[in-house]
Design a protein around this ligand. Sequence first.
Ligand code: NOJ
Length: 748
Amino acid sequence: MGLYRWLLIVAVMVGPLWPAPVGAQPAASTSEGAGETRIDRLLERMTLDEKIGQMTLFTSTWAQTGPTMDPAYLDHVRAGRCGAIFNAMTASYTRWLQRIAVEETRLGIPLLFGYDVIHGHRTIFPIPLAESCSWDLAAIEQSARIAAIEAAAEGIHWTFAPMVDIARDPRWGRIAEGAGEDVWLACRIAEARVRGFQGTDLRRPDTIAACAKHFAAYGAAQAGRDYHTADVSERTLEEVYLPPFEACVKAGVRTVMTAFNEIAGHPCTAHPYLLSDLLRGRWGFTGMVVSDYTAINELVPHGYAADEAEAGRRAVLAGVDMDMQGAVFLTHLRRQVERGEVPMARLDEAVRRILTLKEELGLFDDPYRYCDEAREKRVVFSARHQAAARAMARRSMVLLKNDGGVLPLRPNLRSLAVIGPLAEATVDLLGNWHAAGDGSKVVSILQAVRERVGPGCQVRFAKGCEVEGHDRSGFRAALAAARDAEAVLLVLGERENMSGEAASRVDIDLPGVQNELAEAIARLGRPTAAVLLNGRPLALTRLHAAVPAILEAWFPGSLGGRAVADVVFGDHAPSGKLTVTFPRHVGQIPIYYSMKNTGRPLVADQKYTSRYLDCPNTPLYPFGHGLTYTTFAYSDLQVEPPVVDGGKSVTVRVTVRNTGSREGEEVVQCYLRDLAASVTRPVKELRGFRRLRLAPGASATIEFTLGAGDLSFRRADGTWGWEPGEFRVMVGGSSDLTLEGSFHIRDN
Ligand code: NOJ
């Protein structure tokens, strides 16, 4: 790593050692040439303090009375010592702050306003993990688009999203924020989210800059404990954790956020290889790198710097352009530049990237273009956005189990019991990171169900228990409510703050006494369905054994209550598929479908094969699993040609038939396995999917084309590409229900 740092220092002094970046270019500088000139001129006039100010990001806060700003930060803005603010919003407040920067500072450089717009701004969409279960890239893009439209109307220029960390440990609370465990699907979703936030033209006032985070391997936190060490092999880094970031860069993402964690001894916030050699040199990223919240300061407790001055020096030399909240650059950089410890060229490079982003957003042309009260009133929480959020919530839900067709419930029931600690929840429906979402505007599942069934159905509600704790005193009332009901709906799960940042759990079963409540209710023998609100895969072995039907609703957002009612009563058939494996037991973690075979794959009843004594190897619900209100049959898998020259494509065809009595949607999934290679390959890897809507009895033939890119991996010699040999193709409606075929790639 010492070599990387040395190379970087030389690079910033004498110019880049790598080829010119090829990523997205700033609109103004390429089309008019004017932007570059303006930024050049500005840079020439800037003092050292003003440059450091552009590299400094401070937070605004919300008090009971509304937005406020720490007076010390305000002084920094006035003095040109702070170029960006996060957590500030509303058109009028950001206009007020912007006016200070533009009119009261020496150079009048506009502020950049950032915010965690993660799954909606005022209209909250389902949590990102839930959205990924829709396998609907257009809907995911639209969700990000709407979030950008609302955020931009409230003065925000920049979102700290998408979070593209692959996560395979459901103990880790931030699994809620990503797109699940699969690399290929996560890449497609990352691209869709970047497109949605940034649109096709960042200069449009309804687009905002995206931020790919957290670079890198944050999802590999040991034992699922947030901020913990990642120690992954170079291969796992390259094949699993990095591809979604590269996909974002290719999609033109304008910013990247460093991760809190270290990888094998090197904290990501001062990681020259990641932040410079790879991101800039290999991928050609031209945008700006921001640290995570005080992540530069945290290099000291990491044991990577003796004090904050050293931390700042290591971070800036590694390639961090902006310091989030830590004030390390502000406090130490001036002296370090004056002493020659940090070259001015490195600051100029960082400041140029930040100013370029401001230029790309059109802020030098009109710093107030995002502060438009009329637009804010018109677009925020509009009927159109609410309709989109409701549609997305319906599409994100996954029907995990439905024995005996308990769901959908008949809307003309005469009595229904709604039981559970989350039936009346409102804010919890929004999920973690619900930005500016307003819980008071949320309709609970209980209320939505009441309104859906109307006065003809007696809806009896009892909470039964709390989400956590051991109080069973509510069981009696719950049992009384459920005893004579024609059907029972249980609403169970986690509170919204039990996933997300700093919300890891070691026990991922339903918390508290909820399983006991479900078991007691199920023993009554009424048709019972459980609706789950949660931000991570739970180990649902007990609930699965107790109740015949389970609908995974995740945290479904502002319109989540209504969307649950839509699905439960069959106005909309569920069609989500899991993008993350649900284990039977926490001890199976990490468990994911694209595992390796081992030299001793499981053989039933054979001791010396790879297995547990006390639990099957298989998950409770596999990746790709999800039922609907009809059934589908797969047949006639054909792979053509069976033998093909290297570099050529094969075509995979399969026929899918709706074998039930309702129209339904299916996500047809195509997996691949390279049977023998220079390094071992996973037992299956997703390589494509198609959404399909079929009437009862109707069938369709689906085609996938697998080309050289689909067969490529990081070979033993470190290069990417395919190798000749035998490949297995698997197609089905889940990762464990597949038809199989094969083909052979000839060496040429
Ligand atoms: C810390 C989180 O890790 C990051 O994802 C977020 O964007 C920042 N805080 C700002 O809120």
